[in-house]
Structures are given as C-alpha cells and as structure tokens.
Ligand binder design. Structure first.
Ligand SMILES: Cc1ncc(C[n+]2csc(CCOP(=O)(O)OP(=O)(O)O)c2C)c(N)n1
Ligand code: SF4
Length: 297
C-alpha cells in the first residue's frame, strides 16, 4: 500500500463510509505534522482513528490491547505488511487497514523471508517493513523450524510472538511456551516440559534486537515496536516476545486482566531488551537525531 492508494479520489469522498473517511482524515496517516512517519502517540489513543477498525476477540483480551499498540508503534503503516497465521491474534490483525498475509500455520517466517526479499527487489527506493505476528503455538511449536532458520539467516523483518502461553484459539492445549506443570483444559495432567527459553534461542541465533515485555506500559510497547522495526530495516532480525494473557483459558476475570499482567511482569515476565552492538549503534544514532529535531522546534 502507499498513501496514494489510501486517499480517495475527491469525487468519491462523500460516498465513502464514515469509518473510511475517518481513517483518512483522522488516522495515523494524517497525523504527521509534516513528518514522513506517523506521529500519533499512545497518550492520544481515543483521539485518532486507529488502523484496527473492530475485532471479534474476547472482551478484555490483553492480546487485543497489545495488537492495537503494535499498529500505533509502526513508523510507516502504509509501507508495512503483516504476516500471521491461525490463532486468536489474526482475528484482530485481519481487521487492520494494513496489508495482512495469512500464512499456513507454521509457514509465517518462511513467507516473510521471501516477501521481504521480493519487496527489496521490487521497491529498491522505498523501505517496506515486514512484521510477523503470531501466537506462541504458531511460532515455538509448529513454526519453530521456519522461525529459527529466519533468525539464523538474519532476515530483515520482525517476529512478534503473542505469548498467551496456550493454544487459545483451539480451546486450551499446552504450547512450548506454557509453564511447567500448568494444567489446562486440554492438558489435564499438567505440562510435562519447561517453558522454552525463546529469548535465549534468539540470542544464540544472532537476532539483533530482542525484547520481552508485558502490555503494562503502552508507550513502551509502541517504542519497542518502533525500535524493532527500525533495526530490522537496517541491521538484521528483531524478535519481540509479549505476554498477552488468555483470560478465557487461564480463567482470569475480565476486570483483573491488567492486574494479572502487572503481577506476571513482576514475577517472571520483566521488561528485558537484548541489543547487539551494531543495532545499538544504529538506534543511538537515529534516536539522537530524533531528539535533536524535537529540541530544535
Ligand atoms: C497446520 C495446522 N495445524 C493445526 C491448525 C489448528 N489450529 C488453529 S489455531 C491453533 C492454535 C493456536 O495457538 P497459538 O498459535 O498459540 O495462538 P493463540 O490462539 O493462542 O493466540 C491450531 C492448532 C491449523 N490451523 N493448521
Ligand atoms: S481465547 Fe484467549 S487469547 Fe483468544 S481471544 Fe479469547 S481471551 Fe484472547
């Protein structure tokens, strides 16, 4: 997509549905203040039209909040393509006005590798960002081989794991990211093995930007996504692992979803960034430039 594709011809403008006009006039594309990137802020949520229109996920699902924040963090949503697969997240991801490719369960990182390489050839003068966003089952179990090899090859895209520590969409089977001993509807004897150390795997695979976080600090989520995308543009692969609890399969009362996120963050899911020296140098450079631009205003 590009902004030219998004803006309607003036003669059609009055006939478009209100939500489309709203997106064009009040979406992140039109909140740029002269910049070439979206400038909407998490603190302004509710005052601009988000690229996610609506979604059929469960009420209070933390994954939904996280996904909304991912789209707010994208520097150039009109030049971004999201690759996903079966699982709860795609129910919201497929409603966004950002192109979405639905890979087969397990294929996401192979699809994204080919896509990113193809986009570089087709659009040599325009950076296109590719983001894989899929569940823990889709990535650490069935998509494990594709994910690991994309990491080894340092493919220039972002992998985001929506880690609800269960197969939520199919009714509660354990995944590699479920904790040891956890009893679930379809794991009645409790998880036998340990939670896979996906951060450790990312580190030894040479992933340039790695982050683990919970959606307790919305501005930090958006900043993390921005950092991951920028590193994937210029340096190498980025991996974000987000705790996005499943209130249905973990029986978390809806009003307590954020309380749970804070507790789990404190207990075992603290914010952690692992950045390679090359990625750090690059991030320091662009973040310094951005700060200077702000102070010059
Ligand atoms: C090849 C293949 N195997 C199995 C399925 C069935 N399936 C759909 S969603 C899903 C589990 C999703 O779990 P996860 O990836 O952790 O995402 P969540 O729903 O928890 O967000 C499975 C096994 C499928 N669609 N395709
Ligand atoms: S089943 Fe769980 S992860 Fe899926 S939408 Fe519902 S609360 Fe969210």
């Amino acid at each position: 997509m590009s902004l030219e594709n998004l803006y309607p011809s003036p003669v059609f403008k009055d006939f478009l549905p209100i939500e489309y006009r709203d997106l064009v006039e009040h979406g992140p594309y039109n909140n740029r203040n002269g910049a070439d990137k979206q400038t909407v802020k998490v603190t302004d949520m509710g005052k601009f039209k988000e690229v996610i229109e609506e979604h059929p996920m469960c009420a209070g699902c933390a994954m939904t909040l996280f996904i909304r924040l991912v789209y707010i963090g994208m520097p150039n949503p009109e030049h971004t393509i999201v690759v996903g697969t079966a699982g709860c997240g795609r129910l919201a991801i497929s409603q966004a006005s950002v192109p979405f490719i639905y890979g087969n369960y397990g294929d996401t990182n192979a699809v994204a590798s080919g896509l990113k390489r193809g986009l570089e050839v087709r659009f040599p003068n325009q950076k296109k960002d590719v983001v894989v966003m899929a569940g823990d089952g889709g990535l650490i179990d069935i998509g494990f081989q594709g994910m690991m090899h994309s990491w080894f090859r340092k493919e220039k895209f972002v992998t985001i794991m929506l880690d609800n520590e269960v197969y939520g969409n199919t009714g509660g089977q354990e995944s590699g990211m479920t904790n040891h001993g956890k009893v679930l509807k379809m794991a009645p004897r409790g998880k036998f093995g340990e939670k896979v150390d996906a951060l450790g795997l990312a580190k030894v695979s040479g992933v340039d930007y790695i982050c683990r976080l919970a959606p307790t600090n919305p501005a930090r989520v958006a900043r993390t996504v921005r950092r991951a995308i920028m590193v994937a543009r210029e340096v190498g692969h980025s991996y974000i692992q987000a705790y996005t609890s499943c209130n249905i399969e973990y029986s978390i009362p809806t009003p307590d979803v954020m309380k749970d996120a804070f507790e789990i963050e404190k207990e075992r899911y603290g914010f952690e960034e692992i950045i390679s020296p090359k990625a750090k140098e690059y991030l320091d450079e662009i973040e310094k430039k951005a700060k200077k631009k702000k102070s010059d205003k």
